[in-house]
Design a protein around this ligand. Structure first.
Ligand SMILES: Cc1cc2nc3c(=O)[nH]c(=O)nc-3n(C[C@H](O)[C@H](O)[C@H](O)COP(=O)(O)OP(=O)(O)OC[C@H]3O[C@@H](n4cnc5c(N)ncnc54)[C@H](O)[C@@H]3O)c2cc1C
Length: 382
């Protein structure tokens, strides 16, 4: 029997995990091809270390080509269409036929959806913008800093609050805090809806203790340079750091696969889409929780989804059964400065609604966050 052709779209948390898991469980007759338009991988969490001058992008960037030494075929190309009917994917560098497909194309931050978004504002979720922002932060000595969430969903929901707390800590260490006013806002009714009122009280209490004015329920109409025009009035900033809303890559919509709202549908029991040969994992899908909120978009979940998808694909190929299913458990870090971090952790898909807590901050949790990056870069790329 000839080997199967497995194509994985996206070389982020989900795509890399799926590729490595499949390579571990299938013999070399089966060809695993990973497609990404980028030549390298860097975690989102590193952006906060670049922002605060604690790390460089280079320290956390690894070439995807390193995966080829592990028996994975790399294609650096942009996916332009997915056609489940003909089991093929078109890219700007040619067409790929597949027997099994994993879609792990992530979520894109979309500043273009915010009228007036310009270079007067810095996109916290864009690596190039964060590199442009870092020197501004370094020389910022007085004025008003605003961290604004401009729309939902966005990935890693605690990250904007982490950015606010880390900047507060940085300005305080430099003896500048008295001269700098800080504010954060979100369109949501509370800072982190998935953690509930008690968890939000911890996050918002931490912001308040740092003198960061937090305003929920702020819907912006447009930006005018670095001023947000909202229904509650203008929000002015000398330094405006924004989190734009996220959307799936456009190529998803034309695939004809079933959607959940704007996102791909995948069954959390198997990570299969509406086509039995196509799996989808990570930020590109939406999994509704028992309280109707969507599962937050986070690398840790993309990884768990990918392990489930890989197990079912390997079972499809080998004729064995897989009982792997996404268990909905996970965690995310909130760095709070002073060498500490808290964790948002729990059972997100619990039948009675998310059972998620914010842990007390500790130095141990910050060490875990650093290890989270280090261990994956080592395991995946060396
Ligand atoms: C500031 C920040 C902090 C974060 N902190 C954490 C954290 O502490 N813990 C955590 O778990 N998560 C964190 N995240 C979230 C995490 O980065 C994402 O949830 C995770 O990357 C999702 O994995 P994914 O595989 O679904 O998508 P991605 O990792 O985004 O990978 C998608 C890949 O698809 C590629 N792609 C997209 N479209 C195309 C196309 N048309 N053709 C070819 N290639 C394409 C992209 O280049 C990309 O490499 C953070 C994110 C940010 C921005």
């Amino acid at each position: 029997m000839p080997g199967a052709k497995i194509v994985i779209l996206g070389g982020g948390f989900g795509g890399i995990t799926a590729a490595l898991e499949l390579r571990r469980s299938l013999n070399g007759d089966h060809v695993i091809t990973l497609v990404d338009r980028r030549p390298s991988f860097m975690m989102g969490l590193r952006k906060l270390w670049v922002l605060t001058g604690r790390g460089t992008p280079g320290d956390g960037t690894r070439p995807l080509s390193a995966l080829s030494t592990k028996g994975i075929t790399l294609r650096q190309a942009t996916v332009t269409s997915i056609d489940p009917a003909s089991r093929s994917v078109t890219t700007d560098a040619g067409t790929l036929a597949y027997d099994h497909l994993v879609i792990a194309l992530g979520a894109e931050s979309r500043p273009d959806l915010v009228p007036g978004f310009s270079s007067a504002v810095f996109n916290l979720y864009d690596a190039a913008d964060v590199e442009r922002l870092a020197p501004r932060v370094k020389s910022f000595a007085a004025g008003r800093v605003v961290i604004g969430i401009l729309g939902v969903p966005y990935k890693c929901p605690p990250a904007p609050y982490e950015a606010a707390l880390l900047l507060h800590d940085l300005f305080e260490q430099r003896g500048l805090r008295q001269a700098i006013q800080m504010a954060a806002f979100t369109p949501q009714p509370m800072s982190l809806p998935v953690v509930g009122a008690a968890g939000c009280a911890q996050v918002e209490g931490r912001l308040a203790a740092g003198g960061i004015t937090f305003t929920p329920g702020v819907k912006i109409d447009r930006l005018e340079a670095s001023v947000a025009i909202t229904e509650k009035g203008p929000i002015e900033a000398d330094l405006f750091i924004a989190v734009p809303p996220h959307r799936p890559p456009a190529v998803i919509r034309s695939s004809g696969l079933q959607m959940t709202g704007e996102w791909l549908f995948a069954d959390p029991a198997t990570m299969r889409t509406s086509d039995p040969r196509v799996y989808a994992v990570g930020d590109v899908i939406e999994i509704p929780l028992a309280n109707k909120m969507p599962l937050p978009k986070a690398g840790i979940f993309a990884e768990s989804h990918a392990k489930v998808a890989a197990s079912h694909i390997a079972a499809d190929i080998t004729g064995k059964r897989s009982s792997a299913t996404f268990d909905g458990r996970g965690y995310c870090f909130i760095e709070i400065g002073r060498g500490q971090a808290a964790k948002v952790q729990g059972h997100f898909t619990a039948p009675n609604g998310p059972q998620v807590e914010v842990t007390p901050p500790s130095e141990t949790a910050l060490k875990e966050k650093i290890e989270f990056e280090r261990s994956r870069l080592t395991n995946w790329f060396s």
